[in-house]
Design a binder for this molecule. Structure first.
Ligand code: SF4
Length: 143
């Protein structure tokens, strides 16, 4: 059974700034497990690098006002289809991201302020029954 993982946690340079969120603890945890690396924002057609976005109400906007809602939704849908095809029951997703964050995300003011909420892809995956963890709590959630 595959574990879905935010690709940036594994060291893939798919972040908005062209870098990664390499997390050695996650890499070690999945060393002998089957994983499915995903980047919903890239799946949605966004480039690397790209302008960072936050969820602002019903839209996903960049700091300069561009509306990327359609790309975020498309990427989340593709991620969900891949997860279902792989039979994934668990996901380790990057905290706070407008795609991958779960429980807390940035509040749409581009001021590094967190609020309760889920990223677009994380929300879709959770609604489909996939258990969501992040790089800080995965050891407690995925046994
Ligand atoms: Fe990482 Fe998810 Fe952002 Fe892609 S969309 S860079 S996987 S946090």
């Amino acid at each position: 059974m595959s574990i879905l993982i935010s690709a940036c946690l594994l060291g893939i340079n798919c972040k908005y700034d062209g870098k990664s969120n390499t997390t050695p603890e996650v890499i070690e945890f999945v060393r002998n497990r089957q994983v499915l690396p995903v980047c919903p924002e890239v799946f949605g057609g966004l480039s690397i690098p790209r302008t960072p976005c936050e969820i602002c109400g019903k839209h996903i906007l960049s700091k300069n006002g561009g509306d990327f809602t359609a790309e975020y939704l498309r990427g989340a849908e593709i991620t969900l289809r891949m997860a279902q095809a792989a039979g994934a029951k668990f996901a380790i997703l990057k905290a706070k991201s407008p795609s991958c964050g779960f429980g807390k995300i940035y509040d749409g003011t581009f001021s590094h302020t967190l609020t309760a909420g889920n990223g677009i892809a994380a929300e879709m995956l959770a609604k489909s029954g996939i258990l969501i963890a992040n790089e800080d709590n995965f050891r407690d959630i995925i046994k």
